[in-house]
Design a protein around this ligand. Sequence first.
Ligand code: FES
Ligand code: FES
Length: 164
Amino acid sequence: MEERRINVVVNEEPKSVDVEPRLLLAHFLREVLGLTGTHIGCDTTNCGVCTVLVDGLPMKSCTMFAVMVDGKSVTTVEGLGLPSELHPIQEGFREEHGLQCGFCTPGMMMASKALLEENPNPTEEDIRWGLSGNLCRCTGYQNIVKSVLWAAEKLRSEAGAISR
Ligand code: FES
Ligand code: FES
């Protein structure tokens, strides 16, 4: 199949890559760019483990073709924080034990990032609704909700410190 050149910014790094039009975004991220933090669990838009941000909006990358992000910016879990400098959402999942096997965690974190950008002070119900497209087979969700509440509070306190 004829390839097409796409220009995309991934985790703030510009990429220019030839891809087949049938290549899914999830496979592009994992197999072409080596960003294996984005998981694949179902391929049918059900589980949300493949969630990334495309121009800031949460998208299930198993349901998009790579050519659809031409000219856009993509953020994966690798772009969230560094092991030495975790994002507050990553800290929240660590502090509140928001994971067990961790398979759903990258998608949960990216969906949480979009949620907290839209709503910095969510209720527990807001979080459950915001993460309703992401499935977890281990935790029972309670600690995931607590993790996002923890992150929301930390992000608000950081924003308050900056504006003072
Ligand atoms: S792998 Fe994309 S929603 Fe399950
Ligand atoms: S921690 Fe195992 S699937 Fe969520």
